[in-house]
Design a protein around this ligand. Structure first.
Ligand SMILES: [Zn+2]
Ligand SMILES: [Zn+2]
Length: 423
């Protein structure tokens, strides 16, 4: 067996080598060919030139044109975590430099970090509703953003609820309370300017109400119908382009009226009930209720898109696999025959008035945070809360290696930071 494998390799190698030699001879024998280049007399076997058109998006390597919009899917999945798809999150970048995060579902902060954008620019979050799969990574963006050099406050917009404790303000304040130890522990150890949260709670019943208007960008909200009073959908308008994002909703009259003719309409499209039973393991009763009453089924999604006729309909909020996509698409196509993208994480959509291009991003899993866009300030040690004497008395101080770390690091960076004077 081993012998025959080896022989096969040799044989294949021989064929490849033979072809290469043949090509070389054929090229070398030709008096003039384009393979030899414009000026050259030397044959070129394999000119290495960048392709003019890119089939993939490599974060941080492409300018946006002044009138262009780029949307990156940073979460397209479900409340149950899976490696392939984080929960709801879409990043919208505009040619004027603005960036907006719509929903920040569990797992999505990791996706945002892969896009090689300074955290100072990822400072505006619009939350459609308070399900964890739509705001569960707000803490990761908040705390992790500070560690990743955000020095601006995090700005958060979200709807009120039927009662105050069902609103965004209540939720975000409790998140801050939950992280009381976390915040206290970082004081004096990292600069915490980015820890501030600027919170904007707006009326969930507002119909096409303006909730944001800066720098030529208008964002409006419309009510959504989903699980409880409170959820909303968003409409962003800028430079003659219109993007609508449903967050979660049952098909509704506000969406049909106000998102008509959107350039990009991103709308939830839940797994069909049969797959919720077979793949997700739910009882039939729950699959039918959640799949067609709490959420929008694929065929309902198609009806919605046939009503508003966007330039591109984007379906998300289902596990998008080789064995689910055909069924979802078949059901959508029963009721909609327009342009369609079935979203998965890292799908990238470039939009101009003339063109829409859909690609996948190729990310660097070894990504590091980018520097702050303003001079990075060190921590203020006077803010440090410190330890009780009980805990402090437990330190084993390896003064020699600590001193050496200070000396070596000071030498490398030309600084003069002194080690603490432990008792
Ligand atoms: Zn929801
Ligand atoms: Zn959801």
């Amino acid at each position: 067996m081993l012998k025959s494998k080896t022989l096969t390799c040799v044989a294949i190698g021989g064929v490849v080598l033979g072809v290469a030699v043949g090509l070389y001879l054929a090229t070398a024998e030709l008096p003039t060919t384009h393979a030899q280049g414009a000026q050259g007399s030397q044959p070129q076997f394999s000119p290495v030139k960048a392709l003019t058109a890119r089939e993939a998006y490599y974060p941080g390597t492409e300018d946006l044109a002044p009138g262009e919009m780029r949307i990156t899917a940073c979460g397209t999945g479900m409340p149950n975590a899976r490696p392939k798809q984080a929960a709801a999150c879409f990043l919208v970048e505009l040619g004027n430099g603005d960036k907006f995060i719509f929903d920040i579902g569990t797992g999505s902060a990791e996706r945002l970090s892969a896009l090689a954008i300074p955290m100072d620019y990822l400072d505006k979050v619009f939350i459609g509703h308070l399900h964890s799969d739509h705001f569960g990574d707000l803490d990761a963006l908040w705390v992790g953003g500070v560690i990743s050099n955000r020095q601006r406050p995090l700005r958060v917009w979200g709807p009120s609820g039927a009662t105050p404790e069902l609103g965004t303000k209540y939720a975000v304040e409790r998140m801050q309370e939950m992280l009381t130890w976390d915040s206290a522990s970082r004081r004096g150890n990292v600069n915490t300017r980015g820890q501030q949260i600027e919170l904007h709670e707006f009326d969930y019943k507002g119909i096409n109400q303006v909730i944001y208007q800066e720098n030529g960008v208008t964002i409006r909200s419309i009510p959504a119908i989903h699980a409880l009073d409170g959820p909303v959908s968003f409409i962003l308008e800028w430079n003659g382009l219109k993007l609508a994002f449903s967050s979660d909703t049952y098909p509704n009259k506000w969406w049909i009226e106000h998102t008509k003719d959107a350039d990009i309409a991103i709308h939830e499209c839940f797994l069909p009930p049969a797959l919720l039973v077979e793949k997700q393991g739910w009882p039939v009763q729950d699959a039918l209720n959640v799949g067609t009453q709490v959420h929008t089924s694929p065929a309902m999604f198609g009806k919605v898109m046939s009503s508003i006729k966007p330039r591109l309909a984007v379906a998300y909020h289902f596990f998008n696999d080789f064995d689910t996509r055909p069924e979802v698409e078949r059901l959508v196509r029963m009721t909609y025959d327009g342009p369609l993208a079935l979203a998965v994480d890292y799908m990238v959509i470039n939009v101009t008035k003339d063109d829409i291009k859909v690609r996948m991003a190729v990310i660097n899993e070894d990504v590091w945070p980018l520097p702050s866009v303003t001079a990075k300030l060190p921590a203020d040690p006077s803010e440090r809360i410190g330890f009780t004497e009980f805990i402090e008395s437990g330190r084993e101080v390896f003064a020699d290696v600590i001193r050496k770390a200070y000396e070596d690091t000071n030498k490398r960076f030309g600084t003069n930071v002194q080690p603490p004077d432990y008792r």
